[in-house]
Design a protein around this ligand. Structure first.
Ligand SMILES: [Zn+2]
Length: 174
């Protein structure tokens, strides 16, 4: 059983962010509560998407809202994406890696198949920011973050900030 009240934003290098998330099997009230909580965390931290591991839950679920509002936030459970089109390089950040930004290569288009909170399957085609969010969030479900995708130069530039995040994490563990 999920304890949704305990869910909060997870930051690098929390292990859950580096793990492959498990498929959602129970479409119950606790999943609905988790989705609601994830929307709140996303809005509170001014994000446009949030994946389960970023709320401390290793399940294949994410929320996305291209304008960052809760009203337009949509839930995707057990998503499978199929990126296509051109490769575009754009600056990207992540709520789990505050202060780290880098030019990340993504496909311009992305179709997605997922389930809603009742387990009903649906599919969508996206471009623009939504296509980028889909690819970013699905990376999270496989334990990949933007820190893994930075160019060598960007990695060097981010080294101090990453070190600071690791130090903060160790401090909170004690
Ligand atoms: Zn992220």
């Amino acid at each position: 059983m999920l304890d949704v009240a305990k869910c909060c934003i997870t930051r690098y290098p929390m292990p859950v962010l580096a793990e492959k998330a498990r498929p959602v099997e129970n479409f119950d009230d606790s999943l609905k509560a988790l989705a609601e909580k994830m929307k709140d965390i996303m809005v509170e931290h001014k994000g446009v998407g949030l994946a389960g591991p970023q709320a401390g839950v290793g399940l294949r679920i994410f929320v996305a809202s291209p304008d960052g509002t809760k009203k337009n936030a949509k839930v995707y459970v057990n998503p499978v994406i199929n990126p296509s089109g051109k490769i575009l390089t754009n600056e990207e950040g992540c709520l789990s890696l505050p202060g780290i930004y880098g030019n990340i290569r993504r496909y311009s288009n992305c179709s997605i198949k997922a389930q809603d909170l009742d387990g009903k399957e649906f599919s969508e085609d996206a471009d623009g920011i939504l296509a980028r969010i889909f690819q970013h969030e699905c990376d999270h479900l496989d334990g990949t973050t933007v820190a893994d995708k930075l160019s060598t130069v960007a990695k060097i530039a981010a080294r101090r900030k990453l070190k600071k995040l690791r130090e903060n994490y160790e401090k909170n563990e004690d």
